[in-house]
Ligand binder design. Structure first.
Ligand SMILES: C[S@@+](CC[C@H](N)C(=O)[O-])C[C@H]1O[C@@H](n2cnc3c(N)ncnc32)[C@H](O)[C@@H]1O
Length: 200
C-alpha cells in the first residue's frame, strides 16, 4: 500500500537517507557481502537512495528498481539521472507481481517495504522466484512490535492483518528456501529485523 502524507515526509527526508547510508547499508554489507559486478533488483525503491547505495557501496553492475507509487519513481529518476541508462532501470511495479523472469537476479534488496504489503507472503514468494539459485536477499524490515507502537498507530498507515515479528519473517523466508541461518539481527527491542538470506 502507498504511504500516507506523513510517512512520505519521513521517507523523503535527509534523516532517512542518512540512516540508510550510515547504518543499514554498512550492516547489510557486513552480514551479506558485496554484489560486485552482479545484477540486483530493489523492490519498493522509494526515491532511489537504496538504488544509489547498491550501485556505489555494494558495487552492483546493474540495478533494476521499482515502486508502487509513481511519484516516488519520478523522484528516483531525478536522483539517478547521472548514472548511465544501462546501469539503472526504474519503473512502477508491485512486489507481489514482479515483471521479471524466474532467476533473473543475483541479489534482491528490500529497504523496509514488505511490512507495507498486505499479502507479504506473496511478496516473499515473488522475490524467491526472481532470484537465481545461490542468489541473496538483503532485507531490512519493520516488525509487528514497531507497528503496534502508538507513534506508528497514530501517524502512519499499515496493513492491519498478518503482521510479522522478526522470527516469523525469517521463518517465512526459510519456508521458501531463502536460507537465513544466523545471518540476521533484531534491533530496537525487536522493532526491526535486518539480514541476508541465500536462495538454496
Ligand atoms: C517505508 S517506504 C521505504 C522506501 C525506501 N525503500 C526507503 O527505504 O527509503 C516503503 C515503500 O514501499 C513502496 N511500496 C508499498 N507497497 C509496495 C508494493 N506492493 N510494491 C512495490 N512497492 C511498494 C511504497 O510506495 C514506499 O515507497
Amino acid at each position: 500500500m502507498m504511504l500516507n502524507t506523513f510517512e512520505k515526509y519521513l521517507m523523503n527526508n535527509p534523516i532517512r537517507a542518512s540512516i540508510q547510508r550510515w547504518y543499514e547499508a554498512p550492516l547489510l554489507k557486513r552480514i551479506g557481502g558485496s554484489t560486485e559486478g552482479l545484477h540486483a533488483l530493489e523492490v519498493g525503491c522509494g526515491r532511489g537512495v537504496g538504488t544509489q547505495l547498491i550501485l556505489d557501496r555494494f558495487g552492483a553492475a546493474t540495478v533494476t528498481a521499482f515502486d508502487l507509487d509513481p511519484e516516488m519513481v519520478k523522484k528516483a529518476e531525478r536522483r539517478l539521472s547521472k548514472y548511465p541508462a544501462e546501469k539503472v532501470s526504474l519503473s512502477v511495479g508491485d512486489v507481489t507481481n514482479i515483471q521479471a523472469k524466474d532467476g533473473a537476479f543475483d541479489a534482491v534488496f528490500d529497504f523496509g517495504i514488505i511490512h507495507h504489503v498486505p499479502d507479504w507472503r506473496a511478496a516473499v514468494l515473488e522475490i524467491t522466484r526472481v532470484l537465481k539459485p545461490g542468489g541473496r536477499f538483503f532485507f531490512e524490515e519493520v516488525t509487528r512490535h514497531a507497528l503496534e507502537r502508538s507513534f506508528y498507530r497514530t501517524f502512519l498507515e499499515h496493513p492491519e492483518h498478518d503482521r510479522f515479528t522478526g522470527a516469523e519473517f525469517v521463518a517465512e523466508l526459510e519456508r521458501r528456501d531463502l536460507l537465513v541461518g544466523t545471518k540476521y539481527v533484531e534491533r530496537f527491542f525487536g522493532d526491526f529485523v535486518i539480514g541476508v538470506a541465500k536462495k538454496r
